[in-house]
Ligand binder design. Structure first.
Ligand SMILES: [Zn+2]
Length: 97
């Protein structure tokens, strides 16, 4: 059976996550890879969002180069991280830096 676009995207993301250790670099969470994301250490280096829908349209080498500039965080730790930078909450309040 042919791989669907969604399956292909998930496989690429999982392969990239595994190449980075497959777990949160802060709390070691690794239960489900879909709760992990790539965080750019330097936002100015960011060319594109690795977990976006564009994964299948980008050359593998470009993905890996982008991946090298990131750390893997679970969604909880990632939210905490952005909290420190000023996170906009659902009620519109902003947590200052
Ligand atoms: Zn974590």
């Amino acid at each position: 059976m042919a791989e669907s676009h969604k399956e292909r995207r998930e496989r690429i993301k999982n392969e990239l996550l595994k190449s980075k250790g497959g777990k949160c670099c802060k709390c070691s969470y690794s239960k489900t890879l879909s709760a992990l994301c790539f965080h750019h250490r330097n936002p100015e280096d960011k060319k594109f969002n690795i977990s976006g829908n564009c994964l299948t349209g980008i050359a593998r080498a470009a993905l890996e180069a982008e991946c090298a500039k990131t750390d893997v965080y679970c969604l909880n730790c990632h939210a905490e991280l952005h909290d420190k930078e000023g996170w906009v909450h659902e009620d519109g309040k902003r947590t200052p830096k």
